[in-house]
Design a protein around this ligand. Structure first.
Ligand code: NAD
Length: 336
């Protein structure tokens, strides 16, 4: 397959690119390389220096740059566009929402227009849009979000993703663009920029710095290992129904405090030291408008594609901790 990926130097994007190349697909990666993206994330699958790989190209571009995007797409003639470039950190969106509206809303609109206009063939590319379960807001009790849940975004980040979900839907219904939208739960795994809960906690703990936790830490998330998410994306490219949206989660609800305690336990075990990592846990003032609980029902995805997550939280977290330990020891040896 000939695939365009946006945000392919980020956390989920780099995992997707790595898998796509391993499976022999042709990949064009468009990424602006903001603070959250790095070509280091692709070092193990992409030649850092020429000669170029015949099946991989990288363009450092902003998805809002309409002429550049249309030119890349027109030249690449992709069969599939996986659009995941975005501003993604809720806290940053609370500080200032401008860049979130620009990249997540206007950038998605620019990508949709380019997808509509790039094809020299009558069959338009499939536009697979990666959104979040945060568009549904917080769900109390034991309920779970499904594709039928009402949109109730609570943070500027979630609102910007909700707006682009609607744009994607409208391009399907108005112009007949072939689209699939994915509303995924919280991802974790290697290669994530250390500002979100899991990578920040591991990175700080490794430096013996305080591990901040919002409020009482009882916020519940449905944790999805990034490789399982990428499996789901490939299943959808293969068997997903056009015009549909799919919720993706791993039925793996954990509260933030338990997640951090588990990380601390893994670090003690793996580093075999006496240090009390839990003593680093520091409760800080809760995030404004903090959603208390997310939980996602992925039965539609499972029925349409036979996808099922294969990584337990214990296994995924252990692999993630291993990756950050290795990364930090590599950094130390480079510095010394
Ligand atoms: P990330 O922050 O790790 O990476 C985002 C990537 O997009 C970076 O490489 C960045 O350089 C690039 N980017 C940002 N602005 C850009 C622009 N204007 N033009 C081109 N590139 C730009 O994000 P992630 O966690 O990998 O998330 C990827 C997608 O998945 C996002 O759309 C996000 O909303 C969605 N999502 C993430 C999660 C999660 O838990 N991480 C869960 C559900 C959905």
């Amino acid at each position: 397959m000939n695939i365009i990926v946006t945000g392919g130097a980020g956390f989920i994007g780099s995992t997707f690119v790595r898998r796509a190349l391993r499976q022999g697909h042709k990949v064009t990666n468009i990424d602006k390389l903001t603070y959250a993206g790095s070509l280091d994330n692709l070092r193990d699958c992409v030649n850092p220096t020429p000669p170029p790989q015949p099946n991989y190209r990288f363009f450092q571009e902003d998805v809002c740059d309409r002429p550049a995007i249309l030119s890349i797409l027109s030249e690449a003639q992709p069969e599939v566009i996986v659009h995941m470039a975005a501003e993604t950190h809720v806290d940053r969106s609370i500080e200032c929402a401008d860049q979130f509206v620009r990249t997540n809303v206007l950038g998605t609109q620019a990508m949709l227009d380019a997808a509509l206009n790039c094809s020299k063939k009558s069959r338009k590319p499939l536009f697979l849009y990666i959104s979040t379960d945060e568009v549904f807001g917080s769900i109390p009790g034991t309920g779970r979000f499904s594709e039928e849940s009402p949109y109730r975004p609570n943070s500027p980040y979630a609102a910007s993703k909700a707006a682009s979900d609607f744009l994607v839907r409208s391009y399907r219904n108005t112009y007949g663009l072939r689209t699939i939208t994915v509303n995924a739960s919280n991802n974790y795994g290697p290669y994530q920029f250390p500002e979100k809960l899991i990578p920040l906690s591991i990175s700080n703990a490794l430096k013996k710095l305080p591990i901040p936790i919002y409020g009482d830490g009882m916020q519940v998330r449905d944790w999805l290992y990034v490789e399982d998410h990428v499996d789901a994306l490939f299943s959808l490219i293969d068997k997903g129904r056009e015009g549909e949206s799919y919720c993706i989660g791993a039925d793996c609800e954990r509260n933030n405090l338990d997640v951090i305690r588990q990380i601390c336990g893994l670090l003690s075990q793996k580093l075999d030291d006496e240090f009390d990592y839990e003593s680093l846990i520091t409760h800080v003032k809760d995030r404004l408008g903090h959603d208390l609980r997310y939980a996602t029902d992925s039965s539609k995805l499972r029925t349409h594609t036979e996808w099922t997550p294969t990584t337990s939280f214990e296994e995924g977290l252990s692999k993630t901790v291993d990756w950050y330990i290795k990364k930090s020891s590599n950094n130390c040896s480079t510095k010394s």
